[in-house]
Design a binder for this molecule. Structure first.
Ligand SMILES: [Zn+2]
Length: 234
C-alpha cells in the first residue's frame, strides 16, 4: 500500500516545527526601520552626498552598523538592547560633523562638501560612531560625556574605520578626555579582558560609577590610565 499524501498528523507536525523555527529566528532579530532624508540638495554638500554616498548605501550602512554594535556589545537577545524601532538619518545644511538625538542621526552637508579624503570611508565611520549613540546605555544620564564619546569611537575603531589623524595608543591627557583618546584607552582595557567594553555597557544600563572599572578589571580607572600611559612610555 502506498501513501501518496502525507497524513494530516505529519502535516500538522511539520507546520508546528516550521512555526517553532520561525519563533527561534524572531528571537534573534529585532526589526529596525531606517529612513534617509537629504535636506541639503540645494547645497554642494547635499549634492555630493547624493552622488558619492547615496540613500541605498546609507541605509545598508545604518543596518551594518547596528548589527556590528549588537555583536560587539554582546546583545544577542533583544531584551538586552534598547527598544528602538526606527532610526532616521538626515543630511542637513549645518555646521559641525554630525550628532544624534532621539534616534535621529544628523550629518552636516557642509562637512561632506569640505572633506578632502576618501569621503565614503569617512562617512561610514561617522555612521558607526553616531549609531553607537543610538544603541549604547548612558547610565541613566550619569555616564561621563567623555566615556560616551570614547565608546562611540571605540566601536568605530573596532569596525576598522579609525581615521589616520587620530591620536596613537598611549596619547592623551586623561582617561575620559573623550573620542579617540578614550577609545584607545578602552581598547587597552579590552585587551586586558576581552569583552570589557560590552560588560561596561551592560553595567551602564541603570547607572554609572567609576567603580565599574574596579569591578571588571580589579583596578581603579586612574591606576589603569597610569598603567596604560606607562605601557607606551608616556
Ligand atoms: Zn558622538
Amino acid at each position: 500500500m502506498t501513501k501518496p499524501h502525507k497524513s494530516p498528523n505529519t502535516t500538522m507536525i511539520m507546520h508546528c516545527l516550521c512555526f517553532l523555527v520561525f519563533l527561534a529566528a524572531m528571537q534573534g532579530t529585532q526589526a529596525v526601520d531606517y529612513s534617509v532624508t537629504n535636506n541639503a540638495l540645494n547645497t554642494p554638500g547635499g549634492v555630493r552626498f547624493r552622488d558619492e554616498i547615496g540613500d541605498d548605501y546609507t541605509k545598508q550602512t545604518l543596518d551594518s552598523a547596528t548589527q556590528f554594535i549588537w555583536t560587539l556589545f554582546d546583545q544577542n537577545n533583544p531584551d538586552d538592547r534598547k527598544d528602538v524601532q526606527k532610526v532616521s538619518f538626515f543630511v542637513d545644511d549645518m555646521d559641525g560633523v554630525a550628532y544624534t538625538s532621539n534616534d535621529e542621526i544628523h550629518l552636516s552637508a557642509r562637512y561632506v562638501n569640505s572633506y578632502g579624503g576618501d569621503l565614503k570611508t569617512e562617512i561610514t565611520g561617522v555612521i558607526y560612531h553616531e549609531m553607537t549613540h543610538v544603541w549604547q546605555w548612558n547610565g541613566n544620564g550619569q555616564t561621563p560625556g567623555g566615556l560616551i564619546e570614547g565608546i562611540a569611537d571605540f566601536v568605530r575603531l573596532k569596525a576598522n574605520y579609525a581615521p589616520s589623524h587620530w591620536v596613537k595608543p598611549g596619547e592623551g591627557q586623561k582617561w575620559d578626555q573623550g573620542y579617540d583618546v578614550t577609545a584607545r584607552f578602552l581598547d587597552y582595557c579590552d585587551s586586558l579582558k576581552s569583552g570589557f567594553v560590552a560588560q561596561l555597557n551592560k553595567l551602564m544600563r541603570t547607572g554609572y560609577s567609576d567603580q565599574f572599572f574596579v569591578q571588571l578589571l580589579g583596578k581603579t580607572v586612574d591606576q589603569l590610565w597610569q598603567d596604560y600611559k606607562a605601557k607606551y612610555g608616556n
